[in-house]
Design a protein around this ligand. Structure first.
Ligand code: ZN
Length: 286
């Protein structure tokens, strides 16, 4: 079946058709660019590109996009948040992956912005096809960092699975939009958020997340796509370091009464259980 699109009705200021066709054409360009590199995403899996109205962003306010795999705990959350929209999608359960794209991405007129976000999420699918349990492990790491670390977003962004997705998205965007255009776009974003940080943060009390936006774009700018990067090896290295602490934290939370656990602790525990179960099924079933 390949690729399908779903658009929530979110496009208030422009004709819907115009927005829909720009978004679709960006997805198609990304898929074609990956195909040129020998990765036929449509052949591998059924993917749903879901352009949201940002209900889900109540929980993740800064998120531009995310990959939801059928075998991840986020799948259930997604189903609960978008019950009505899902009813409109034919054969929803046949999609192995849902690429969730936020209102900010869907509504934007900027092709480079869309291409970067869409190819980032596509790269997570490729990671998942190549490296066993990488998505689930990354979710566990994310939830562990949320519990433990004040700058969890910044740390998470630098972990191998994210670094690889940013790196690949930059490379794909160079192919589609040219290196020069992409570098200029990144410079402009950095300048814009730097100015906002200096001039508007004091009055807005940082509510517009200028600092977090600035580090986001600086991170992409700093990535050198020519540098070799072995995702499998780097991820294993990180996982080996974190795994002991993760297990310790799991046993600490397990000892707390269920009704006394914090939401973030429940989330983390749930993700870890998912990982253990999936391991079991895959090892046993193959
Ligand atoms: Zn990512």
């Amino acid at each position: 079946m390949g690729v399908q699109f779903h658009f929530c009705e979110l496009y208030n200021n422009f004709p819907l058709d115009q927005k829909v066709s720009l978004n679709k054409s960006c997805v198609k360009k990304v898929i074609a660019a990956f195909e040129k590199e020998g990765i036929n995403l449509k052949e591998y899996e059924n993917i749903l590109f879901f352009f949201s109205d940002n209900k889900r962003s109540l929980r993740y306010p800064d998120e531009l996009g995310s990959l939801i795999s059928k075998t991840s705990p986020e799948y259930k959350d997604f189903q609960n948040n978008y019950t009505d929209e899902i009813k409109k999608i034919k054969n929803f359960s046949s999609f192995e992956y849902v690429i969730y794209l936020s209102k900010r991405v869907g509504e934007s007129d900027c092709e480079i912005f869309k291409i970067l976000t869409i190819s980032h999420e596509c790269q997570h699918i490729i990671q998942d096809l190549k490296i066993r349990n990488i998505i689930l492990k990354a979710i566990v790491l994310k939830k562990y960092l949320k519990l433990k670390c004040r700058f969890s977003n910044e740390v998470y962004r630098n972990l191998p699975s994210e670094y690889d997705a940013f790196r690949e998205s930059k490379r794909i965007s160079f192919i589609i939009c040219s290196r020069e255009n992409v570098e200029n776009f990144l410079d402009k974003k950095i300048k814009c958020y730097k100015n906002r940080l200096i001039y508007t943060s004091p009055s807005s009390n940082g509510i517009n997340n200028e600092a977090s936006n600035l580090t986001y774009w600086e991170h992409i700018k700093a990535i050198n796509i020519e540098e070799l990067f072995d995702l499998d090896r780097e991820f294993e290295k990180i996982w080996a370091i974190y795994e002991k602490d993760i297990k310790k934290e799991i046993s600490r939370i397990s000892r707390i009464q269920t009704n006394e656990r914090k939401e973030s602790e429940k989330d983390f525990l749930e993700a870890y259980k998912f990982l253990c179960q999936t391991k079991y099924i895959k090892i046993d079933g193959s």
